[in-house]
Design a protein around this ligand. Sequence first.
Ligand SMILES: [Cu+2]
Length: 309
Amino acid sequence: MVKTVSIATLICALSIGGVSAKEFQEHNNMMNHGDGHLMDMDGGMVMGQNTDTLPGGCDKIAATKEITVRAGHKYSEKFPGTMWAFDQQEFQFEPCTKLTVHFINEDEIRHQWMMHGLPKYMYPKGMFHLEVSGPGSVSGTLILPPGDKTYLVHCDIAQHMEKGMKAQLKVGKGGEDLPSIPGVTASVFPDDYSGKPFSLQEFVTQETQAKIASAAAAIAASAPKTDAQTNGNAGAADESFLSGVTVVGLAIGIIIGPLLTKRFKGMSVGEVVATVFELISHSIGFTVELIAKLVKKFLGKKAIPLPDK
Ligand SMILES: [Cu+2]
């Protein structure tokens, strides 16, 4: 009897051990591989670390900042349709700031804090990248470039960004907002809970309507400014030119939209993408051929003949 109980206890203990959470791990003793690449064998990684080289255009380090960013499933709960998120979706720093990011992963899976669009001459592939597999923390430092720009920050594990783990980091005033930042900017593909099957025709119509509405709003917003402006005709001409371009673009969109819908009807998304790429590559090929012909026509006679061997 005692033996049975103790075996049962042992099995219980083992099974509990098997499903228990991984312990939180501070990845602060990583191997330095040079070029800002640090890692350990437990899933901690820093890539593109730069603690002392000033990017071109920075005279000095403008400020020294430290932030703690948490990643986890629980932060996605306030954003319907998402699965993962950072605890913050937007960051803003002065140009040339030396920034240290303490990245904490609160999930049992792998997450990253990956920043894109940095100058490639000093950040490999233009990236600064922190990564932790399972619950733990990792810290890395970079020096932000000068200028006003908005950088994409995301987790690159398949579907993590698409399912919410996406943020933007503004340097200076930032540039244009990125789409689909949970709670910050509108989603490119809003979730549809209607239960109706996907209709490309309807999707294109909705997209076109949304574009017309936003263009109309932009025109309406710029109209009173134009009247109030005392800058002279140049400013007004610029704005009317812009709205002219917008209107022409919209007209083309409205005409081409239904044609494309017809062309792509019944195709899967993959097929649509493949067809679009095919069309693009055909038109590029055609243009290159045309240019080559023109060049040959105009320069052909002047070309210096190669010496005979
Ligand atoms: Cu992730």
